[in-house]
Design a protein around this ligand. Structure first.
Ligand code: SF4
Length: 81
């Protein structure tokens, strides 16, 4: 049996997962959601700190920020990205 024919090609999905929210926003310039994600990512994410960028944004302490209520939240397992 030739397994190459049943093995899915994940290379395009992996590439999408590895780009930053800022890069993703630049690819989809009309998306307000992606623009907010990128803004919060640029604002608070520290790759040397603990947690993913979404976890760090969820823990944002700036309740007075206009984007606070719309900031991205961590994705639960099984939920679409
Ligand atoms: S909600 Fe928090 S992380 Fe997002 S832009 Fe405002 S201050 Fe920055």
């Amino acid at each position: 049996m030739n397994f190459d024919s049943v093995k899915p090609d994940l290379s395009d999905r992996i590439a999408v997962k590895t780009i930053t929210p800022t890069q993703r926003s630049r690819l989809h310039t009309k998306s307000l959601r992606l623009a907010i994600n990128a803004q919060c990512y640029d604002c608070i994410y520290d790759k040397t700190d603990v947690g993913s960028w979404r976890q760090q944004v969820a823990a944002c302490p700036s309740a007075n920020c206009p984007l606070y209520c719309q900031r991205p939240k961590p994705i639960k397992i099984g939920e679409a990205a």
